[in-house]
Design a protein around this ligand. Sequence first.
Ligand code: 13P
Length: 137
Amino acid sequence: MNIALIAHDKKKPEMVEFTTAYSFLLGQHQLYATGTTGLKVMEATGLKVHRFQSGPLGGDQQIGAMIASNQMDMVVFLRDPLTAQPHEPDVNALLRLSDVYRIPLATNLASAELLMHALKRGEMHWRELIHQQQEDN
Ligand SMILES: O=C(CO)COP(=O)(O)O
């Protein structure tokens, strides 16, 4: 599975705790992140993460592009709902595309944990079927 990890600045400590707690599981998948989030996750956990640009410099859009080509299977985006972001349109675009392509998306820690439990139980298997269909077409 391709999993995107994104956290706004005030949520980065939470992202580090989350990825540390689930590193045993996340390590079995391909991880993608916006620039600073990815760096913090790699430093804290040793997980291999493909890093895109920082969010305000286009990282959300790069992850959005993967969603638009149906290559992203899950998005964990720990948003800060209490701080205005200069790149709010990019954030909204990413959330919108996740809905367009029906990609499981968690925007807070509680939902992110539920997604991890689903992943562990193999409940994301349907995404592999979608990849298979794409290859067949
Ligand atoms: O701003 C972000 C998402 O909108 C996150 O970007 P960084 O991980 O580079 O801080």
